[in-house]
Design a protein around this ligand. Structure first.
Ligand SMILES: [Zn+2]
Length: 401
């Protein structure tokens, strides 16, 4: 509890903090910089606990009076300052909770440690009040400022602090974390990629039913749009307007989808796989038989590559649905247990005679990826919502033959 081992990744920051203690070179002020969920608070707590630990090692012993008081949440010489429901940390908060407290020596332990969460929300007056304390610190004062955006701190404050920047953890680390919490493998892989190295975000999303629904709807929409012409694609606008408040998440899901599809298509290219797609053969009466062709329209041969139902990266255990990803209906359902070539036989039945869109090429995927990225950037720059989404939809639609 409250130990470095609780935090995934961040080897560099942990190493720095450990060495500072071992070498007796603990600074008076640190900024822990990183997005919500990266582990700033966990690291700061482990460091504060170590500083006060009576064992005097580079990590907390966990059993001394100080460690027990810390874990019990009633350590007399560790102080927490945060937003507590407000939008900013004001000058009075800093004066009462930090400046005044610093006038007296620690009650029982070596330091007085102040953990300031949301430090960038301190008003300039509050930062200036803190600055005076940091500039001429009593020997026992240690300030741990946690910030999602250290650039928002006054330069005068920043320059007095050691900046410890948290770095994204590896996708494999995030995936292991999710698997250890019982998240199913396929979902863990997606969330680990989506969270982009933020373990807290990955965990939060894993617990969110909401997000799963959003992801499924978004991916279904992406599949649908690929087969539509420009005008039809524009008519999908309401599906995006519905999630106007969560458009950032929607676009991130799309970016990940196209990125994975690109990686997948590159991998297929490198392996020399022909890039087969399922197509309807003709409109003759339904009968069992193959309707598979290569993308390049070379002679039909038995063999089949189909996409996974959820469009996440290919892995053994493929489940296949209709090539156009519309809701499952009787007919045109194919299954294959792995990616090995399929021998002629039990495969496809025709359901109807509508055209099935071919799998997008790498170039198309790249175009689509940038369509989403551009929309994301435009919206971040406060572009008109409808215009940004409509431009994206046009670029996501089927290219004219
Ligand atoms: Zn201890």
């Amino acid at each position: 509890m409250n130990a470095y081992g609780d935090i995934i990744g961040q080897a560099g920051v942990k190493d720095h903090l450990r060495k500072a203690v071992l070498r007796g070179r603990v600074s008076h002020a640190y900024v822990f910089g990183g997005a919500e969920g990266m582990g700033k608070a966990g690291l700061a707590r482990a460091f504060a606990k170590t500083l006060q630990c009576l064992a005097g090692k580079d990590e907390p012993c966990g059993v001394c009076a100080s460690c027990r008081a810390f874990d019990g949440g009633n350590h007399p010489d560790v102080f927490y300052v945060g937003l507590a429901g407000k939008k900013s940390i004001g000058v009075n908060d800093v004066r009462e909770k930090i400046v005044r407290e610093m006038e007296t020596r620690p009650y029982s332990y070596r330091y007085k440690v102040f953990i300031v969460d949301g430090a960038e929300t301190m008003t300039p007056e509050a930062q200036n009040a803190l600055l005076k304390t940091i500039e001429e610190p009593a020997s026992y004062g240690v300030f741990l400022l946690l910030s999602a955006n250290p650039a928002l701190l006054l330069p005068t404050v920043r320059s007095r602090c050691i900046l410890l920047k948290l770095t994204p953890i590896l996708p494999t680390e995030a995936e292991s974390l999710l698997l250890s919490k019982g998240v199913p493998a396929e979902r863990a892989a997606f969330l680990a990629a989506y969270a982009q190295g933020n373990p807290g975000l990955a965990l939060r999303l894993a617990e969110s039913e909401d997000f799963t629904e959003l992801r499924d709807e978004t991916l279904a929409e992406a599949e649908k749009i690929h087969g539509l012409d420009c005008a039809e694609a524009l008519s999908r606008f309401p599906a995006f307007e519905k999630y106007r408040d969560r458009i950032g998440e929607v676009l991130d899901i799309l970016l990940l989808f196209y990125r994975d599809a690109l990686v997948d298509s590159e991998a297929r290219g490198k392996n020399g796989a022909p890039g087969l797609v399922v197509r309807k053969a003709d409109c003759s009466p339904m009968q069992p038989g193959l309707v598979v062709r290569k993308a390049d329209c070379s002679p039909i041969q038995p063999g089949l590559v189909v996409r996974k139902a959820d469009c996440s990266p290919m892995q053994p255990g493929l489940v296949v649905r209709k090539a156009d990803c519309s809701p499952m209906q009787p007919g045109l359902v194919v299954r294959k247990a792995d990616c090995s070539p399929m021998h002629p036989g039990p495969v496809v039945r025709k359901a109807d005679c509508s055209p099935i869109p071919a799998r997008p090429t790498a170039r198309e995927l790249l175009t689509k990826f940038y369509a989403v990225l551009d929309a994301k950037r435009a919206l971040a720059a406060n572009a008109n919502f409808q215009m940004a989404v409509e431009v994206m939809l046009m670029r996501l639609s089927r290219e004219p033959a």
